[in-house]
Design a protein around this ligand. Sequence first.
Ligand SMILES: [Fe+2]
Length: 356
Amino acid sequence: MGKRGVFFKGISDIESDTSAVSGATSRGATSSGADSSREIINEALANISPMLSDETQKEAMKIIHYTINNVKMGKVVDDKEVKKLIKNMVEEIIANQDAMLNLIKIKSHDEYTFSHSVNVCMIATLIGARQQIPVDTLEELAFGAMLQDLGKIRVSDEILFKLGRLNEKEIEEIRKHSLYSLQILSENNRIGELPKKIAYQHHERWHGQGYPQRISGENIELLARITAVADVYDALTTDRPYRKKFLPYDAVRLIVSRADDEFYADTVRSFVESVSIYPLGSLVRLNTEEIGMIIKINRKAIVRPTIRILFDSSSNIMEEPINIDLIKDRERYVICAIDEEEVYQMHTDQTKETKE
Ligand SMILES: [Fe+2]
């Protein structure tokens, strides 16, 4: 348990040496509504290079739809199509490890299974790449991570999409999806052992309280330990019918708090090294009350990223946003992560006030 919390060590030390608080530096800032704030946030996002191209993401969504439909119709997994896609994904992720982890955002809850498969594949591959796992093994990891939940098609929709509390029998049924995933992948003898292990073991936990076998520690395949972290991070940062999504910062913290307990500490370390605690593209509030977007992670001091200031200290939109490197600017520091919805809401309220 000794490694727990190590990733956040030093945050308060760094923050405590910032004494003076600088004023906001907006140049001709103006008030505006939620649409303008959405616009400036989207503009800033468009300037950060994404980990996976739009084209590859669309292809990934197409292939996962195709794979799920095939299996629903009783066909085996078309491993050749999936492998072709995986090859591209792995190549792009290795080349863009420092780019923004552009996870697919769902527009409706029905899309969750599809986007979740692609997102888990992206995150797991990124962690694996950070751990310098060889490319052929990374491809096995990406393949298994993409198809880990395939077995859910054998669980009834009634249970899968139930909004209320699940009873014990229903929980037991849902938990069978990892076994079903293993069975589906085993129907194609060209699919290797590693993806099958990932599918079967992605809900096992380091402390031995996962399922289906309740195995622990190194008895769990390393690639399944990686997939577990990826699976939980994407699930936490997505809105679900029964709960609001976590901010990326809060999801990272939660996973870190469970390192060496639920999750393998080395995997958690590589995960944090990859996405950082304030992931690229996320919004933060500074001590100056300015709001900005993380545009560059400073690996030597992850609490001091480079930020593009989008809103000044009075929450006005910056007409000309400025970039601040918190390594150089010692007067500013991040005080919290902030949800973009909160920013939109703030500007909707502001517009109302102006009209009244
Ligand atoms: Fe699962």
